[in-house]
Design a protein around this ligand. Structure first.
Ligand code: ARG
Length: 259
């Protein structure tokens, strides 16, 4: 009898200490998911022989972790996997230049918009005179990143375009250079970064837009505590003019590291 209760007691102690461990890692780290193919928001660079993820979203993530007293862990994944990973609890927060459009709001809760941007339609330099307005895309192949608001923009605004989706933005650019498609839509600062790196590409005069026009951070639906915490840091950063600073630094870094 005594033995049994002692065993139960020990089992209880063990269970509690395991719970303690799980809780500890959970509270010490802030795991942020991103898709590091989007300069100046987030992208990879080689620094001192090491692969690093940099960008203004990453600087913002550092500030959020700092305000929470947590260690930051960045998880790079496909853009289209981010909201699923959030839902599954694999990441705590998404910072990926993500547009809080109606579709995405069904699957996550979003902070205030921390950065506004327009869209850019990237084409080959040699096609400069071919694509001037949204009406020049009838039957034309346009590539966009899977799961992004650009899917809808391409389908609805470039009339008659054949929209194709790929998981990585780098592959969209390769697709365009290899003439497997004739245009790519990404946010304007991203278009600028890729065009700077690829002299055979330009940003066309074609104007497309989305209804939201900016990026916000996403948390799991119902996680109001984290949402408020992140909104607080974002507000502080905006008040201090830090976001503009992070954006300017990231643009500078991306043009320095462009080959
Ligand atoms: N703003 C667009 C969206 O949310 C595209 C963002 C793509 N971001 C990235 N890191 N690749 O749908």
């Amino acid at each position: 009898m005594l033995k049994k209760s002692l065993l139960l007691f020990l089992a209880g102690v063990l269970a509690l200490s395991f719970a303690g461990c799980a809780k500890k890692t959970e509270t010490d780290k802030l795991v942020v998911g991103t898709s590091a193919d989007y300069p100046p928001y987030e992208w990879h660079i080689m620094q001192d022989g090491e692969d690093k993820i940099v960008g203004f979203d990453i600087e913002i993530a550092k500030e959020i972790a700092k305000d929470m007293g947590k260690e930051l862990e960045i998880k790079d994944m496909n853009f289209s996997s981010l909201l699923g990973a959030l839902e599954a609890g694999k990441i705590d927060l998404v910072l990926a230049g993500m547009t809080p459009d109606e579709e995405k709001k069904k699957n996550a809760d979003f902070t205030e918009i921390y950065y506004k941007a327009e869209q850019g339609v990237v084409i080959r330099l040699e096609d400069k005179d071919k694509y001037k307005t949204v009406d020049d895309f009838d039957g034309v192949k346009v590539s966009v990143q899977q799961g992004t608001s650009q899917e809808k923009i391409a389908a609805e605004q470039l009339k008659g375009a054949q929209v194709k989706t790929l998981t990585k933005v780098g592959d969209l650019i390769l697709d365009l250079k290899a003439k497997k498609c004739d245009a790519v839509i990404v946010e304007l600062p991203v278009a600028k970064a890729y065009v700077e790196e690829n002299p055979d590409l330009i940003i066309s005069d074609v104007y497309v837009t989305d209804e939201v026009g900016g990026a916000a951070a996403a948390v799991k639906k119902g996680n109001t505590e984290l949402l408020e915490q992140v909104n607080k840091t974002l507000k502080r950063l905006m008040d201090e003019g830090k976001i503009d600073e992070f954006v300017a630094d990231a643009i500078k870094l991306s043009s320095e590291t462009a080959e």
